[in-house]
Design a protein around this ligand. Structure first.
Ligand SMILES: [Zn+2]
Length: 289
């Protein structure tokens, strides 16, 4: 059995959370990065992570889709909330740009860029990785991340051009792959072109996937992302699982460790898998079993 991390899930939007988390565990998911979209979603995401600590890790964000609804003072409140709670978050996300015409009609490109720049400033200030939505805005998003000097970023569900992808990878950033990699051409190309050490898996649940038959996703569907990447790369699933899980642990500094197929949760986020504290001894014992 492999160990997987769903690196981008909207757990606050799931209908039956407990069941979804049980299913995820049964399917080898050892950690979930739960992203927030706005004030209420951030609060709920924090609550869920608190309830399922050591399994669900929160990212706090402000999704570009929400910007059209917010006044300048509400935007300030959103940013303030994120900053006040930054110590509880492992990342800032979901944030980003969306240049689809329906989104731009409500929140101009300039406005979106202005808000994203402020969020990236927070990420830089508090040394947090960012989880980015960049639909049709790949080049601008990359530019802003680099201008802000943010060291760690993942371009989630990347479907952009190969030229931008190359620059993302050269800059040391990641892309994450959703179950859409089973059928969506641009996403499949991106997954194929990204080296293994820059790949993450995710679901973006509860997004609906599928071409003919659609299904509502939950974190267990990260196994579909895994299967798609394995098929595209021609590499076995165990290898892909191990590499992407290590990438996720490193990028988000997740306080968990993989030990062969046994996974141990380490409550001390500064503890390395092979340090000599009590927790890592527990890990070593499980390794021997
Ligand atoms: Zn999302």
């Amino acid at each position: 059995m492999y160990s997987l991390v769903d690196t981008h899930a909207h757990l606050d939007e799931l209908e039956n959370l407990q069941q979804a988390l049980d299913d995820a565990r049964r399917n080898g998911v050892i950690a979930i990065v739960a992203v927030g979209s706005d004030y209420h979603s951030n609060i709920k995401t924090l609550e869920i992570s608190h309830e399922y600590s050591s399994f669900v890790f929160p990212a706090l964000g402000l999704h570009p889709w929400q910007l059209g609804e917010l006044s300048p003072s509400q935007i300030n409140d959103e940013l303030e909330f994120i900053e006040q709670n930054i110590a509880s978050a492992i990342a800032i996300g979901e944030i980003g740009l969306d240049y689809h015409k329906r989104v731009v009609k409500r929140a101009s490109k300039e406005f979106q860029k202005e808000v994203l720049a402020r969020l990236l400033e927070l990420a830089k200030k508090y040394h947090k990785p960012v989880s980015l939505h960049t639909r049709y805005a790949w080049r601008d998003a990359l530019q802003l991340v680099q201008d802000a000097g943010v060291a760690k970023a993942v371009f989630h569900w990347f479907t952009g051009f190969s030229s931008v992808l190359r620059d993302i990878i050269n800059a040391g950033y990641f892309i994450s792959v959703t179950p859409a990699a089973e059928y969506h051409e641009e996403h499949r190309r991106a997954a194929k072109e990204t080296p293994m050490d820059k790949l993450l898996l995710e679901t973006d649940c509860p997004v609906y996937y599928g071409r003919e038959t659609k299904y509502r996703s939950d974190p267990a569907d990260v196994t579909r992302s895994l299967g798609a990447v394995a098929q595209l790369k021609g590499v076995d699933q165990v290898t892909i699982a191990e590499q992407t899980t290590r990438n996720a642990i490193e990028l988000f500094s997740l306080p968990i460790a993989i030990a062969n197929s046994t996974v141990s949760v380490n409550p001390n986020s500064h503890c390395e898998p092979h340090c000599h504290c009590e927790r890592s001894e527990a890990i070593l014992i499980e390794e021997e079993e």
